[in-house]
Design a protein around this ligand. Sequence first.
Ligand code: FE2
Length: 241
Amino acid sequence: MMDRNEFLKTSGMLSVASILPLEGLFATNLTNNRIDKLVDENGHFVLQPLPYSESFLEPYMDAETVHLHYTFHHGGATKAANVDVKKIQEAMDSNNFETVDYWTKKLAFHSSSHILHSIFWTNLTNKQLSPTGNLLKQIEKDFGSYEKLKLYLAQTSKNVDGNGWGILAYQPMTKKLVVLQCENHEKLTQWGCVPILVIDVWEHSYYLKYKNKRADFVDTLFKIINWENVADRFNNATKLI
Ligand SMILES: [Fe+2]
């Protein structure tokens, strides 16, 4: 596997470096799957298999939604991010920088989509769990209690303007958990945050089953969060600095 510097050099994706927990997650096989392996040996973005069958999250998330979401939305973003990298490279090779701002914006959008979706699938399971151990201690330190965090994150997720994400992230520079309300896939972040739990509130995530009731979808999602996966991500993030 290529190392961090080689990866950044190959893809030219400095924007991605701000949110990628590069050392930890590239080096770690989270919960025995490889979905966090965002790029192949050549540095190209690659869509990993889902960590479970498309019907695994039934009845909370229906198989058809998972199929469309994973194949066309996550998969589409992965392919598009490779195009963006290629276009930037072509512009640089031809010494014509007129279009690089456009493709750089596109790359921020598509690569962030790939990253967040990769985390999203592993954040879910088909049984009810709750945070424990060091993660729970940090939640209590930063938010008072798990219940308070849940209310905060749910409210933030339900009220994203347009499409976006509710995100629980760890910021190694401040040693704190933070809640982000992300618009699209890349807006309204705080620098240096490592996403550990992401809630996809794009309409493609819930519309077939929940129609316009985004709040019902978010409340349901809290019943299938894989807190063991979130704890793995938290433990990795705390080792970054
Ligand atoms: Fe999505």
